[in-house]
Ligand binder design. Structure first.
Ligand SMILES: C[S@@+](CC[C@H](N)C(=O)[O-])C[C@H]1O[C@@H](n2cnc3c(N)ncnc32)[C@H](O)[C@@H]1O
Length: 227
């Protein structure tokens, strides 16, 4: 589903703890998985027609293995363009035993992913979820996530983004300002996104206004509904 240039993995046994079976350990899992699961619950319970949640940039897959059993009426479909990440996601899937956790897809969100047969075969999606992705990727990835979500969501489905956001051109805290500077130093195409700019993308794609949940550590969970 992806084409060169290939992506550089964020996680590998040299950067995070790893289990012998290939499971990589997410550095943020212990502190953010519970609050994010709780914030997702009202958005995903009663999602249109059951259906699938397509997760973009699943990373280690540790979160997907935690979220899928919490929403047994939905099929959780993890994805990532990095082979080592997909191997970790697959290993977390095996150990979780969650019947509603699909095998990871190779998906580059900057491409026309909504047209790929592995996505269209899922039917209209209950949700598209991307956690800590759009600020650690070029703007084309935010654009691709929004465009693909608008094409593939069921009526009443939601695009859900989690991470740090600036609001009205300002960072929501000193930590996010420092994080933004570090991201841009690492890659000038990265950076904490402004919620207004992401909302403008969503509006142009035909999605609804952002519904924002404040999360610990100045993060936000932002949901856009599909009409
Ligand atoms: C900071 S990690 C977040 C991983 C996981 N969602 C989490 O919160 O632990 C960013 C993830 O985005 C993925 N990513 C980077 N570029 C991408 C792209 N063009 N399309 C889809 N995913 C991408 C990376 O491979 C990585 O797994």
């Amino acid at each position: 589903m992806t084409a060169p240039p290939r992506h550089v993995g964020r996680y590998s046994p040299s950067t995070v703890a790893a289990h012998p079976d290939g499971r990589l350990v997410s550095p943020s899992f212990e502190r953010n998985a519970g609050p994010i699961r709780a914030a997702l619950a009202p958005l995903l319970r009663g999602a249109p027609g059951g259906g699938a949640v397509l997760e973009i940039g699943s990373g280690t897959g540790q979160h997907a293995a935690h979220f899928a059993p919490a929403f047994p009426e939905l099929l959780w479909v993890p994805t990532d363009p990095v082979p080592e990440h997909r191997a970790s996601i697959a290993a977390w899937r095996t150990i979780s035993g969650a019947l509603n956790l699909a095998a990871p897809l190779d998906l580059d969100a900057a491409q026309d992913w909504a047209a790929h047969p592995e996505v269209t075969s899922l039917g209209p999606l209950a949700a598209v979820f991307a956690m800590n992705v759009i600020h650690i990727a070029p703007w084309a990835v935010a654009d691709g996530i929004v465009a693909g979500a608008a094409r593939s969501l069921a009526s009443g489905g939601r695009l859900i983004l989690y991470g740090p956001f600036a609001e009205g051109g300002r960072h929501t805290g000193e930590g996010n300002a420092r994080f933004d500077a570090a991201l841009r130093a690492e890659n000038p195409e990265w950076g904490v996104r402004d919620l207004d700019e992401v909302a403008a993308l969503a509006r142009a794609a035909g999605l609804g206004a952002p519904v924002v949940t404040a999360m610990p550590a100045n993060n936000r969970l932002v949901a856009f509904a599909c009409a």
